[in-house]
Design a protein around this ligand. Structure first.
Ligand code: X8Z
Ligand code: ZN
Length: 605
């Protein structure tokens, strides 16, 4: 997702199918309320166009990387930063919030969002803000303009340049360990050029956050959930504790399977280059009979995205606006093109209205099929709350995790066998059996938690809260990877590199990765409600397509944006607080299966 200076976040209405009760707030017509509203209107009129210009400049910089575009992005973002963090805005917003009791909830919520946005760019330290904006733009320029190299040539040249898709392709397909090792190592080289920028950003981000009283940049990002760092870490750690037995079972089965695949002794920790994902964040390709890649052999990039759009349309969402297709950048640059673009999928809300775009490099395979469903989740969220009922400042997810959860939910739904058969992608004989399917699904969702709630969140906590010195980054990163994921590097890691820096979010969505861990929990909570309560189907074989009721339920959540408290919203939508219960129930049959598969094996790590 991509939303920066204007912090957007939400009102509530009730949706048919989902009764999101409006809290019975008294209508306040105090003088304070009237003045605050006038202030918010003025601020919105100022911030909205500057945020749009900044988003447009950032879009150009990410889709056509040149020093000029990076400079233009920094320039536009400085203007937006100066306004969103101006001293006057901070002083007046604080003064209104000191008398919060005189205000209605929507007004107070907008003011709180405004203040959180200002905390990213406090006008009291303009030079630091300006340096931060510059450093952010420069870091993205390095990341987005980078070309991987699969085979070095003579005197510093590259004999085999590669895209991220190329690296992923080798890791997905090759059974040759030296070749895999080369691709994995090539994927880590980018950490060298990115390291100095992260050193600078670590300091600048913390200085910005501390100016407004947050203990660190991590604390500032967590504050968007109304939580402290300790509360967030406790929620993440409790999730890891609950899911650990399943993860340990998958880990043990995976390392035996991989040892056999590569004719190697079974290791204690899994060598990172044995796995298909560059960060071991998901382990596809291991469970027999589950790969969906052959289903996409005759498909095209556009048909993948259309298929994802069709999923949402079948639930009653509108077709994507024409401007989405005209303005998005959805495929890898044409062969021979010298244009460089960001290689990680994202969804953009350029103007807070209907200018929505996605940046992807879609190729016809299962990974991009899933990612297209994910990105359109953001896009339909943007479109759903871009309505007059939702003030501009509350046009955001109920929280950031909700924003991630919607597309993840669509992805989960799109992977269900009945759905794949319905859309003609899978024929009867291609379908994995129920156990294989569940194993493969766990290789995505369960495996993802030690990475997201463990490695990434703990590393970024250490980076900002403890101001971890850069000399310790490599060691700390791999300590977390070993502890949480049970994975090890193929050999000693060069001290001059920064393996953490190779993950895009460390650079350009800093201190937010727990969003995805929480989204995983929310995804299964919403899925259970949809399958069990609305569709009355088995959660593991459940077809949403064509259901108006499911569409209404989802739109009930999306169209309120950030107007409701997220804890109240999830309780009203699913009847429960956030937690791993639904996820554990979904994978419950796997525990016995894993115990059976791992019987007699040494699973220690
Ligand atoms: O970054 C993403 C999305 C864009 S918001 C493609 N995801 C995380 C990742 O790739 O690391 C989706 C799930 C995890
Ligand atoms: Zn996302």
């Amino acid at each position: 997702m991509r939303q920066r200076f204007w912090v957007l976040s939400a009102i509530l209405l009730s949706a048919a199918g989902l009764v999101l009760a409006q809290p019975t707030a008294p209508r306040k017509n105090t003088a304070a309320e009237r003045v605050a509203r006038a202030f918010l209107e003025t601020m919105t009129d100022v911030l909205k166009p500057t945020a749009r210009v900044a988003a447009e400049a950032a879009w150009v910089a990410a889709t056509d990387v040149t020093p000029e575009h990076t400079g233009a992005r920094a320039g536009a973002e400085k203007v937006a930063a100066a306004l969103s963090g101006s001293r006057l805005l901070i002083e007046r917003t604080r003064a209104f919030l000191d008398k919060e009791g005189d205000l209605t909830e929507p007004t107070a919520r907008q003011l709180r969002k405004l203040l959180l946005g200002a905390a990213e760019n406090p006008g009291t330290i303009p030079d630091v803000v300006s340096r931060r904006v510059e450093a952010e733009a420069k870091q993205s320029g390095i990341l987005d303009g980078y070309t991987f190299c699969l085979r070095p040539g003579r005197s510093g040249t590259c004999a085999r340049p590669a895209s991220a898709n190329d690296i992923d392709g080798v890791l997905r397909k090759s059974r040759n360990l030296p070749e895999r090792l080369q691709a994995w190592q090539a994927s880590k080289e980018i950490g060298g050029p990115l390291k100095p920028g992260l050193v600078e950003l670590q300091t600048l981000r913390n200085r910005v956050a501390r100016e407004m009283g947050y203990s660190s940049f991590f604390a500032l990002q967590v504050a968007d959930y109304g939580m402290t760092v300790a509360e967030m870490m406790a929620l993440l750690d409790a999730t890891l504790e609950t899911t650990k037995p399943l993860y340990d079972g998958l880990h043990c089965w995976a390392k035996y399977t991989l040892g056999a695949r590569y004719h190697k002794p079974v290791p204690r920790l899994i060598p990172a280059h044995w796995l298909d994902n560059r960060w071991a964040q998901a382990w596809p390709g291991l469970v027999e009979g589950t790969t969906l890649d052959p289903l996409f052999k005759d498909k095209t990039g556009p048909s993948i995205i259309r298929s994802a759009e069709d999923f949402y349309v079948s639930l009653g969402f509108p077709r994507l606006p024409g401007s989405f297709w005209e303005k998005s950048d959805l495929y890898p640059p044409a062969k021979g093109s010298t244009r460089k673009k960001n290689s990680h999928a994202s969804a953009w809300h350029i103007d807070g209205e209907t200018d929505v775009r996605s940046l992807m490099s879609v190729e016809p395979n299962a990974q991009w099929f899933g990612t297209a469903h994910h990105e359109l989740g953001h896009i339909y969220y943007y479109l759903s709350y871009a309505v007059p009922d939702v003030p501009y400042l509350l046009r955001a997810g109920a929280n950031r995790a909700f924003h991630e959860a919607i597309g993840e939910l669509a992805k989960l739904a799109s992977q269900q066998t009945p759905y794949l058969k319905r859309i003609g992608l899978m024929r009867g004989q291609d379908a994995p059996n129920a156990t294989q399917w569940l194993m493969e699904s766990a290789m995505e969702s369960i495996v993802f938690l030690p990475w997201s709630a463990g490695t990434m969140s703990h590393f970024e906590r250490d980076l900002y809260e403890d101001a971890l010195p850069s000399a310790e980054w490599q060691d700390r990163w791999w300590q977390h990877v070993a502890r949480y994921q049970g994975v090890e590097p193929p050999g000693p890691r060069p001290a001059g590199l920064c393996d953490a820096c190779t993950k895009t979010h460390i650079n350009d969505d800093a201190a937010q990765y727990y969003d995805y861990a929480l989204a995983t929990l929310i995804k299964f909570q919403l899925h259970r409600h949809i399958c069990a309560k609305i569709l009355k189907q088995d959660v593991r074989s459940c077809d949403y397509a064509g259901s108006d009721a499911v569409g209404k339920f989802l739109r009930g959540i999306l169209k309120v944006g950030a107007m409701r408290d997220w804890r109240a919203l999830i309780r009203e939508a699913t009847g429960e607080d956030i937690g791993p219960g639904a996820l554990m129930e979904f994978y419950q049959p796997l525990q016995d299966e894993l115990d059976r598969r791992n019987a007699g094996k040494d699973c220690s790590r």
